[in-house]
Design a protein around this ligand. Structure first.
Ligand SMILES: Nc1nc2c(ncn2[C@@H]2O[C@H](COP(=O)(O)OP(=O)(O)OP(=O)(O)O)[C@@H](O)[C@H]2O)c(=O)[nH]1
Ligand SMILES: [Mg+2]
Length: 248
């Protein structure tokens, strides 16, 4: 799992412990790659300290180069045949990481996306304005992919597919760009509850939102000018199906 960080010192140690505890419970080997952009709060140093205790790599970049490119750098560093991404602020529950992996293995999908917008998914802390904006962002992507939560930052993908795909925008919404540009053949979405961060500051901004619109425009343009692709096989898993997934 790749965890991009910028000023996430408050909860990184807790997150790393929780992700490895979840993997241990299900008995599978997990490698974590933290990609830190020279965080002024010392997240990079903390990550180095943690890497002495856990099977974890730290990629240090020279400055704040953006979430999307951080994820790509993490994929390059990772050695597993399935790679994933999650935020460092506990909005993405570490306990769901084994389920994402189990879904990937048992369905044979190219990409498994943790989703706020399939039955069972939710964003209970969000005010109405943020809900509407996020929903609108996802709706705008429906012409490109059947994924309901195209703005998700919590997903796993076959590494060969992720590595072979050129990411152009490199902004916040890398999942959609990966799915569309890679021509992934099979997609699975499963529900989760997105909890708001309790500590640290959001890096989501108007600039990132504007970047998403540009990314959408470019992806639609490419879709319209390119050759017609077969639609990917798409499946949603229910909460009950996730609970029944065979653990790796
Ligand atoms: N390396 C790196 N990580 C980043 C950058 N921008 C954001 N991140 C990380 O990406 C993840 C998502 O950023 P958040 O600020 O939580 O964005 P968000 O989840 O859309 O917004 P909130 O719901 O307000 O938290 C976090 O782990 C951040 O630390 C960046 O430029 N470089
Ligand atoms: Mg967040």
């Amino acid at each position: 799992m790749v965890v991009p960080t910028y000023n996430e010192r408050d909860r990184l140690a807790e997150l790393v412990a929780a992700v490895f505890a979840a993997a241990d419970t299900h008995g599978f080997a997990l490698e974590l790659v933290v990609v830190d952009d020279h965080s002024p709060d010392g997240t990079g140093q903390l990550a180095d300290d943690l890497a002495a205790r856990y099977p974890m790599q730290v990629v240090h970049r020279s400055g704040k180069l953006g979430l999307g490119t951080a994820v790509v750098a993490g994929f390059q560093a990772a050695s597993a045949d399935v790679v994933g991404v999650m935020d460092a602020d506990f909005s993405h529950p570490p306990s769901l990481v084994p389920a994402l992996y189990a879904a990937f293995r048992s369905t044979g999908a190219d990409v498994v996306v943790a989703s706020r917008y399939v039955p069972g998914g939710s964003t209970p802390d969000w005010p109405i304005k943020r809900r509407l904006l996020s929903r609108a962002a996802c709706l705008l992507a429906r012409g490109l992919s059947p994924i309901r939560d195209a703005a998700s930052g919590f997903f796993v993908i076959k590494r060969s597919i992720a590595r072979g795909t050129t990411i152009k925008a490199g902004g916040f919404k890398i999942c959609l760009e990966l799915i569309v540009r890679s021509g992934a053949r099979s997609l699975v979405e499963l529900p989760y509850r997105f909890d708001d961060r309790e500590l640290g500051q959001s890096k989501m901004s108007l600039r990132e939102a504007a970047g998403y619109l540009v990314q959408l425009r470019d992806l639609y343009r490419e879709r319209l000018s390119g050759s017609r692709r077969q639609a990917p096989v798409y499946r949603q898993l229910s909460t009950a199906e996730v609970a029944a997934l065979p653990c790796p």
